[in-house]
Design a protein around this ligand. Structure first.
Ligand code: IPM
Ligand code: MG
Length: 363
């Protein structure tokens, strides 16, 4: 039996709670499919700062680089405001050190899910889009300066950085509805003009079968809530992707619903819910674990190549939601842990039914 080593980074705020949910689902998958999924826990973010003085301790980075996949809960919180080192540095450093330049954030709205969105059900029904966010460039990683009364964050992109993430988007589009919307601010920013030229050239040379359109980021923010079904794959730079993915999460009802996969060229991927540390609700067992559980599904799929298992986890989430159970952010009553247990149970039911069906077939 192949052993898969998974590093868990619970981090701060609700991170540990949703990581417990992730761990429960990983244990259920190990158990039901007979895989050897081994988890180990490491420090990152604010808790790492408190314990070691570093937001990304060397021991954590070493373990992540050696792992088959990494799961992260969340980092950050007001407790570390004003500190010289910030918890977020740990996550950014990890993304950079692991070479994770492509961040995949899928947003799907099922017919039952449509009624949970604060937007009209008619608008969000049937939304199925994938945000491909560049993750290791732009203003996040450019040179920073700070004086008493002036500060700068350099936004820089090279054609190489643009091309490699655009390839991820075009390939994803081929597996989906064949459409890429590239989002930039080419009417103002030089980096956006380079972005647009590079993406256009790559589309012509390598992906003529994929339909490409360019939309300015302000118009895209509007279209995302006006006509969200118009999007298939959304390709964008780091900061626009950060902002638009929070906006897009509301289509599916709550930011607690979205998982993500951060991938590079080979090497382990990093899988994390997009919701962040939510310090206002931390420690109360009321966070929505769906983003974490869907991140586990992506970890199984992209990280370990366990496609059937990944699909079964997604279906189990859908089944529990369809049964009417949900967490507080969706207007429901389930705690984080109770919802995760329900998903684990649904997984058990479908797996047992599938095995039973196969035995019947053989019989
Ligand atoms: C995200 C988060 C992070 C980001 C923060 C925590 C640094 O908002 O993953 O979307 O800005 O990338
Ligand atoms: Mg964000």
């Amino acid at each position: 039996m192949k052993t898969h080593n998974i590093v868990l980074l619970p981090g701060d705020g609700v991170g540990p709670e949703v990581t417990d949910a992730a761990r429960l689902i990983l244990a259920a998958v190990s158990d039901l499919w007979g895989h050897d999924l081994r988890t180990s826990v490491k420090l990152i973010g604010g808790v790492a700062l408190d314990e070691t003085g570093e937001p990304l301790p060397q021991a954590t980075l070493d373990a992540c680089l050696k792992a088959d996949a990494v799961f992260l809960g969340a980092v950050g919180g007001p407790k570390w405001d004003g500190h010289e080192r910030r918890p977020e540095e740990g996550l950014l450093g990890l993304r950079q050190a692991m070479g994770l330049y492509a961040n995949l954030r899928p947003v799907e709205v099922t017919p039952q899910g449509a009624v949970r969105s604060p937007l009209k059900a008619d608008v969000v029904k049937g939304v199925d889009l994938l945000i491909v966010r560049e993750l290791t460039g732009g203003a996040y990683f450019g040179e920073k300066t700070r004086e008493a009364d002036r500060a700068t964050d350099l936004c820089a992109y090279s054609t190489h950085e643009i091309e490699r993430v655009a390839r991820v988007a075009f390939r994803a589009a081929r597996e989906r509805r064949g459409h890429v919307t590239s989002i930039d601010k080419a009417n103002v920013l030089e980096t956006s003009r380079l972005w647009r030229e590079t993406v256009t050239r790559l589309a012509h040379t390598d992906f003529p079968d994929v339909e490409l359109e360019h939309v300015l980021v302000d118009a895209a923010a509007m279209r995302l809530i006006q006509k969200p079904r118009a999007f298939d794959v959304v390709l964008t730079e780091n900061m626009f992707g950060d902002i638009l993915s929070d906006e897009a999460s509301i289509l599916s009802g709550s930011i607690g619903m979205l998982g993500s996969a951060s991938l590079g060229d080979g090497g382990p991927g990093l899988f994390e819910p997009i919701h962040g540390s939510a310090p206002d609700i931390a420690g109360r067992d009321i966070a929505n674990p769906i983003g974490a559980i869907l991140s586990v599904s992506m970890l199984l799929h992209y990280g370990l190549g366990l496609i059937d298992e990944a699909e079964a986890v997604r279906s189990a989430v859908t089944a529990v939601l369809a049964s009417g159970r949900s967490t507080a952010d969706l207007g429901g009553w389930e705690s984080c842990s109770a919802f995760a247990w329900a998903v684990a149970q649904a997984l058990r039911n479908t797996r047992t039914a599938a095995l039973h069906g196969r035995l019947m077939h053989w019989g």
